[in-house]
Design a protein around this ligand. Sequence first.
Ligand SMILES: Nc1nc2c(c(=O)[nH]1)N[C@H]1C(S)=C(S)[C@@H](COP(=O)(O)OP(=O)(O)OC[C@H]3O[C@@H](n4cnc5c(=O)[nH]c(N)nc54)[C@H](O)[C@@H]3O)O[C@H]1N2
Ligand SMILES: Nc1nc2c(c(=O)[nH]1)N[C@H]1C(S)=C(S)[C@@H](COP(=O)(O)OP(=O)(O)OC[C@H]3O[C@@H](n4cnc5c(=O)[nH]c(N)nc54)[C@H](O)[C@@H]3O)O[C@H]1N2
Ligand code: SF4
Ligand SMILES: [Mo]
Length: 699
Amino acid sequence: MAIATPDERIVRLTCTHDCPDACAMLVTVRGGRAVDIAPNPAHPVTGRHLCVKVDRYLERVYSPARVLHPLRRIGAKGEGRFERIAWAEAIDGIAARWRAVIAEHGPAAILPYSYLGNMGLLTAFGTMHALFHRLGASRLERTICGGQRAGLEQLVGAPCTDPEHMAGARLILLWGMDPISTSVHTWDIVQRARRNGARLVVIDPYRSRTAARADVHLRVRPGTDGALALGLMHVILRDGLEDREYVTRHTTGIELLREQVAPWPPQAAAGTTGVAADEIVSLAREYATTRPASIRHGVGLQRAAGAGMALRAIWCLPALTGQWRDPAGGIANGRTVRSVSVDRLMRPDWGGPAPRTLNMIQLGRWLTDPELTPPVKALFVWGSNPAVIAADQTRVLRGLARENLFTVVHEQFMTDTARHADLVLPAPTMLEQEDLVGSWGINYVGLNPRAIEPAGESRSTSDVARLLAAALGFDEPLFRLSDAELIALALRESAAERAGASLDALRAEGFRRVGPPLGAALHADGGFSTSSGKFEFASADLAKAGLGALPVYVSPAESPETRADLARRYPLRLLTLKRHHSINSSYGCLPVLARAEPEPLVEIHPADAAARGITAGQPVRVWNDRGVVVHRADVTDRVMEGSVAVPFGHWLQSGASANALTSDRLGDIGNGPTFCDALVEVAPAGSPRNRWTASEAGR
Ligand SMILES: Nc1nc2c(c(=O)[nH]1)N[C@H]1C(S)=C(S)[C@@H](COP(=O)(O)OP(=O)(O)OC[C@H]3O[C@@H](n4cnc5c(=O)[nH]c(N)nc54)[C@H](O)[C@@H]3O)O[C@H]1N2
Ligand SMILES: Nc1nc2c(c(=O)[nH]1)N[C@H]1C(S)=C(S)[C@@H](COP(=O)(O)OP(=O)(O)OC[C@H]3O[C@@H](n4cnc5c(=O)[nH]c(N)nc54)[C@H](O)[C@@H]3O)O[C@H]1N2
Ligand code: SF4
Ligand SMILES: [Mo]
């Protein structure tokens, strides 16, 4: 912390948003008030800029919309009428209600619900989890983001190279990722490579900001990436472009793989994916013959029923072509969130065997299923906005509206979820709380001191955990540790500390790199974390898990090819896309999003619009058996013919949103979501032919 003037300080922070970039920032605090937020140019990935959201983060900190005091509901659920109460009353009220729920239904009737609104250790991976484990509450399966990847990683390990290495690649494949919007510092790295002559291929059904700037944009039908990867391998093997030496020395199962890709000649892959056969052939040749070639796949790729197997097929590509020989080749990804000992804070071992585990994607189901025993009677939400972000919004809202559900929401803002709460507890922003911050995209950790005092009466997640533990009579010493002690506990002898991220180093420098040394080609000589240590095209571990040894194409659950019956009523494929000016729903009430996108718009292809008599700007309804969304139409060929894009991240004040249309079906591996695997129909709003009714929806 450098002292600038007597009443001015510059505080080093790391951004806690759920973004792979984990930027290092310099916050200027004058007279106790944050007056400027800027990038920390000492950070090699952050460099000279933050992003369109966090440039305006002080609007968030000082927003008049902040929740500043504990609030108790006085209106109907969702109506948004609350009265101010004291913290002590709120905490005693929660403890009393939970005791009553436990007495009647047992602790499994309590469900914690959290995600990564703040990725800091103490907020996302802290003692609040220990509290629920100690209680014996139901556990939440948190696979809503990259669940497929995490599931696959558990089975076969996740080979990856540092994303900073991508700067040295000659060819980059961004596969289902839109970094100009979602990870702008990854885009910086891509740009560095391109200045040195690299070519960029983007594989995406939608002409995203990133796809629009690519050398080649391959428009794959949503959820068919697995077929594309199998088609690429078919061409590589057919044309003898594999790296025979690498394959022989560092992989197993090549002959089985050869058989597996035999049914995927370019014509077949083209038929399934919608990508032209000649484009498949040229990408296969370019990928196999350009060294080094880097693949970075996004979370956008993991939105369909077969996404786990699609990843599995994609992960075979660099092993087949020996791209791992070079540090810049292979698959780029970084991750440090678990480089500290989070389990010492979360204590998954407490409370005996997990009573039951409920998946967060399916919250609507768990809140409304009359058969669920015990029912969910108490919900505690922090760092998440399930009314907007969970699948099957119609059911989520029906569940949150239940009068016999006791809901507590710890939040910065009166989100759609908070409006449904019985009690709302005020939460600080990242400037107002001490924390240790990892990343899921790059290999750095940062230490955040408290830059300014918490707004109003807001209290951090670990503080709330301490208060609740005391009210419930839990006397474990863990609940008496201060934030600084908790951070020290998680760091002690952890991988991060061994890599140089000691408390002293973090205090002095703000952040530390904790990954393997830059410049190392980690898999040049194999060294994969599989049972054999080789890359296994055929994996016994996957076969044992019932998934089959080899990569296989798993089609979308809802597509005209797989569900002809459904497609007769709902012929269009749905994409639900993140906003450039928000992070998930976190900017739903802030001017950053409202200025850029005053209202959500449905994007529909000109041919599909014409066929339905839809003109630009006209209100349209988008619907399927699960729900209906009414927004105005943006007629554009950014979407492929046959698909529509509904924006994800706006709040309900604009009406039901993207997740009213999504299914809570889980994907093939790792129980990930299927947010872009749904069929819908679109019509001018109010057109009698297509008026959606509850009975039509079977509800
Ligand atoms: N501005 C902004 N930044 C964010 C976020 C945000 O909401 N807004 N959210 C943060 C979070 S939580 C995450 S997980 C990351 C995600 O960031 P990314 O990894 O970039 O993922 P998405 O933005 O979800 O999707 C990227 C692209 O995938 C495409 N896509 C959808 N379905 C398919 C498919 O089946 N196949 C292929 N090949 N492509 C497909 C979409 O059209 C989209 O253009 O971004 C983080 N950063
Ligand atoms: N249809 C569709 N659905 C999706 C996606 C999609 O692409 N399409 N993306 C999915 C993905 S990848 C993700 S990661 C999830 C994201 O789901 P969430 O993690 O729920 O994301 P947000 O909507 O950003 O909500 C986070 C909330 O945390 C609050 N918050 C921030 N900091 C703090 C803090 O320190 N303490 C507390 N108590 N609260 C805090 C914010 O104000 C915000 O309201 O959504 C998923 N849902
Ligand atoms: S949201 Fe992402 S890009 Fe923006 S400042 Fe935070 S980490 Fe950096
Ligand atoms: Mo995410």
